[in-house]
Write a protein that binds this ligand. Structure first.
Ligand code: GLU
Length: 298
């Protein structure tokens, strides 16, 4: 069975924006006959909060969001990321990068380079130069990208075209970087539907390009994307934990039950309150609201 997935970082409790995205991932997967998988993106050890994986799972369960399999933890992979890297290395598509953030910001770049794109400073370093710089700093590993941009089709946004630069595959602390881990995990778990918040829309072309490089263009083209609108606070900014009572635990302290939260989230999507099964019957991706949902405390 093909699969969708929800892939939170276990960096604390899920807030209403995360929960709404999880609900949408469940609806999109079920409505298209897919299973839904859960993946904890815990490669950034400094951000991982112990126990938050289980709390996130409990909160989703309390809303009726269920998963088909045991969760995958990115931190328990390693070999799979290494294998993908080896494949790219053997094709001469990986190089070491010694740049600091500041050097990247200050480097001269081509007139039409997309903002934030890596200017390729370390592409042409000689072996001697690399050996010298390795003494000073651990390198990150970057992809030698063969395109400047790439396009994916999104169910809600239409075509998304974004720049593909020489993005990082392995960080300079040795951990697999976000884009590599996402692509390898999605492929290995049979994911062909990606539903997530639309602040990640720009990463979809990079990921699709990398998936095509590693697993062939059929694998890349099979993926269906839906980037869903964010939940924002009264100032129009992405909802964050500092925006008051925004997690199930905090809302429960105010006497608001998980069922009431579920109904509020469903209402924000134009779906009927109550059991998720009913919402599923009424679910039509094309009828979803396209604007951010502004959340204000009751
Ligand atoms: N871990 C990311 C997040 O929590 C989501 C990554 C993805 O869905 O590809 O925002």
């Amino acid at each position: 069975m093909p699969a969708g997935r929800y892939a939170p970082s276990p960096s604390g409790d899920l807030h209403l924006g995360n929960l709404r995205t999880a609900l949408l991932a469940w609806l999109f997967a079920r409505a298209s006959g897919r299973k839904l998988l859960l993946r904890y993106e815990d490669l950034d050890a400094g951000r991982t909060v112990e126990g938050s994986d289980n709390r996130q799972w409990q909160d989703m369960t309390a809303l009726g969001i269920t998963f088909h399999e045991q969760p995958v933890y990115q931190s328990q992979r390693g070999k799979e990321y290494d294998d993908a890297l080896t494949q790219l290395r053997e094709r001469g598509m990986v190089y070491e990068c010694f740049c600091t953030r500041r050097e990247i910001q200050e480097a001269p770049r081509a007139p039409h380079a997309p903002p934030g794109a890596y200017p390729g400073s370390c592409r042409q370093l000689s072996e001697a130069e690399r050996a010298r710089r390795r003494q000073e700093r651990n390198p990150a590993l970057r992809l030698l990208a063969g395109v400047d941009e790439y396009t994916v089709e999104d169910q809600l946004l239409g075509p998304i075209t974004a720049g593909v630069d020489d993005f990082v595959l392995v960080r300079n602390d040795g951990a697999a970087a976000y884009n590599l881990a996402v692509v390898v995990d999605d492929q290995l778990t049979g994911v062909d539907q990606v539903v997530r918040a639309d602040d990640l829309a720009d990463s979809a072309p990079r990921q699709a390009y990398l998936r095509g490089l590693l697993y062939g263009s059929d694998a890349a083209e099979a993926v269906s994307y839906a980037h869903v609108p964010l939940v924002v606070n009264g100032e129009g900014k992405r909802l964050a934990k500092r925006d008051g009572a925004v997690t199930l635990a905090e809302l429960a302290e105010q006497g608001i039950s998980p069922e009431e939260v579920r109904d509020q989230l469903l209402g924000s999507l134009g779906l009927p309150a109550g059991d998720l099964q009913q919402a599923l019957e009424a679910f039509d991706p094309q009828a979803l609201p396209r604007d951010p949902w502004v959340w204000s405390p009751a």
